[in-house]
Design a protein around this ligand. Structure first.
Ligand SMILES: Cc1cc2nc3c(=O)[nH]c(=O)nc-3n(C[C@H](O)[C@H](O)[C@H](O)COP(=O)(O)OP(=O)(O)OC[C@H]3O[C@@H](n4cnc5c(N)ncnc54)[C@H](O)[C@@H]3O)c2cc1C
Length: 378
């Protein structure tokens, strides 16, 4: 069907995936409405670490998506003054082992290139990413900055409301229906509902998306200038023994230090605002912080204690593409622990798919929801 007006696209979900999709669609000339149930970046997209890696997904399904995204993050940061507006910066990344029962041995630090603020009982520091291959953003600021640009420059309209269902007529999308009855006419719809995809009947009847809950804290050290830009990935042995924990630590240019870890598979609550951290998991993260560095102990102020859900699929691969049998209805979800990294290439290739009919930035075949056809859930 020929369109004589700009293609009207409704993007459902105001996380990083929905916002990146809305931005690139609007940049390509579509008339975009973004619908968010609660507030923009209220869930994982506002509470993630924001770590980016060029080549950590090499050899797997995500390789080309991740590489394209890493490069798009760099060019977006140039366009949007990323360091100032959302804390984009390249950094060095280390893997380390830490054992609570050991005492720090200061001589090990200087020789092994360990940052001086990491003064806990750490061992075996190894560089696993350089400023050429790893970087970071503040995920909430990134998502909000990109949306502001999309609103101001490309006229994206933002509606706060809950999408109840997609209107379909003759096998083709024609609208989105919100709770309360409002109907928004559309030529295409993109469902970017993160872990809430599993609660949306149209998607849930086709494939499973479930949530893995992960905890995080944000600290404000007393001397932020002492903290260098190093991302840290730990194997952390507690005094109680057992399997090591795997917390991650990301200092931010804002002067804050973000720590995450402690995951469990839990039911995703309907309301994103109801997602709160389990107190025991938060306590463990605080203990990790104190053990890693004296700068992250008693004198550091705790600015946030929180949790959020990784949107996860049964095969561990995101679902990006047109829904079989419903022309004009697209889905983008299941980005697990790499949604902040993979937001830009997901959004840019989805915009191509919706507007041009095929994606060139990344081959989306591997991500198509068509892979679930014939394996329908009962
Ligand atoms: C602790 C933690 C750390 C992480 N660290 C990193 C990292 O360092 N690097 C990285 O690349 N990734 C990281 N991730 C992963 C990343 O955060 C996610 O993959 C990404 O945020 C998912 O984005 P999304 O837009 O799909 O989902 P979400 O951010 O969950 O957004 C979905 C949105 O849809 C809205 N919504 C739901 N239902 C409806 C409805 N019916 N109508 C309207 N709106 C609706 C919700 O309110 C929500 O705002 C981390 C995740 C966690 C949990």
């Amino acid at each position: 069907m020929e369109h004589h007006h700009p293609k009207r696209v409704v993007v459902c979900g105001g996380g990083v995936i929905g916002v990146c999709t809305a931005y690139f669609l609007a940049k390509k000339g579509a008339a975009v409405t973004l619908i968010e149930k609660s507030s923009v970046a209220c869930a994982a997209s506002g509470k993630a670490g924001g770590f980016l890696a060029l080549d950590w997904c090499d050899g797997g399904a995500l390789s080309s998506l991740a590489r394209a995204s890493f490069n798009l993050h760099r060019s977006l940061a140039e366009e949007l003054n990323g360091l100032e507006s959302y804390g984009y910066r390249p950094l060095t990344t280390l893997s380390l082992t830490i054992t609570e029962t050991k005492t720090p041995s200061p001589s090990a630090y200087k020789t092994d290139g360990l940052p001086s603020w990491v003064d806990g009982p750490v061992e075996t520091p190894k560089t696993i990413g350089t400023a050429q291959t790893t970087a970071q953003v503040h995920p909430q600021l990134f998502t909000k900055t990109l949306l502001s640009k999309a609103v101001e420059e490309y006229n994206v309209e933002v509606v706060i409301g809950t999408v109840e269902r997609v209107g379909v007529e003759g096998g083709r999308v024609d609208s989105v229906v919100l709770q309360g009855g409002r109907v928004i006419d559309s030529d295409a719809v993109v469902l970017a509902l993160g872990p809430w995809s599993g609660k949306f009947e149209m998607l849930a009847s086709m494939f499973r998306v479930y949530g893995v809950k992960v905890h995080s804290i944000v600290l404000e050290p007393k001397e932020p200038d002492a903290i260098s830009p190093h991302a840290l990935f730990f194997s952390y042995y507690t005094a109680q023994g057992g399997k090591p924990l795997d917390p991650e630590v990301y200092p931010r240019p804002t002067g804050e230090v973000y720590l995450c870890g402690m995951s469990s598979e839990e039911e995703v609550p309907d309301d994103p605002e109801q997602v709160v951290g389990n107190p025991e998991s938060i306590e463990v993260l605080k203990r990790v912080a104190r053990t890693v560095s004296s700068h992250l102990g008693g004198e550091a102020q705790v600015k946030a204690e929180q949790a959020c859900f990784l949107p996860s699929t049964d095969d561990g691969v995101p679902v990006i593409g047109e829904i079989p049998g419903v022309k004009g209805c697209y889905v983008a979800t299941g980005h697990t622990c790499w949604g902040i990294l993979n937001g830009p290439a997901t959004g840019a290739s989805m915009a191509e798919l919706v507007v041009d009919g095929c994606a060139t930035i990344v081959d989306l075949t591997r991500f198509s929801p068509a892979r679930f056809v014939g394996r329908r859930r009962c």
